[in-house]
Design a protein around this ligand. Sequence first.
Ligand SMILES: [Zn+2]
Length: 124
Amino acid sequence: MSRTPTDDELLARADAIAGRAYAPYSGFNVGCALLLRDGSVVCGVNVENAAYPLGVCAERTAFSRAIVEGARPGDFAVAAITASPCGGCRQWLIEMGVERVVFRHGGGVRTMTPAELLPETFEL
Ligand SMILES: [Zn+2]
């Protein structure tokens, strides 16, 4: 029986998976490891495209993989990311109901809630 990974372990998973990023244009590899409430971990990387706006962030590939596997908003406990999430991904973090977001920023590691990352958020 495996125990729940710590935030540091999740960030290490994000670091490891970042090497699989497809980022030939920016050269900026990003990894994301999502901890679901059932204890499973789903990872993602950024996937760029020659038509730049079509690129997809690591957070969004991870969430998309989890959704394909049957996860739904509210199933996510932690998102560990190797970089600060962009504005669009902050909206995803809100929508998916993540409890806390752990990410590298300014040479350190920050832990924030999605609401702290995106106050006064858009809601349906
Ligand atoms: Zn993003």
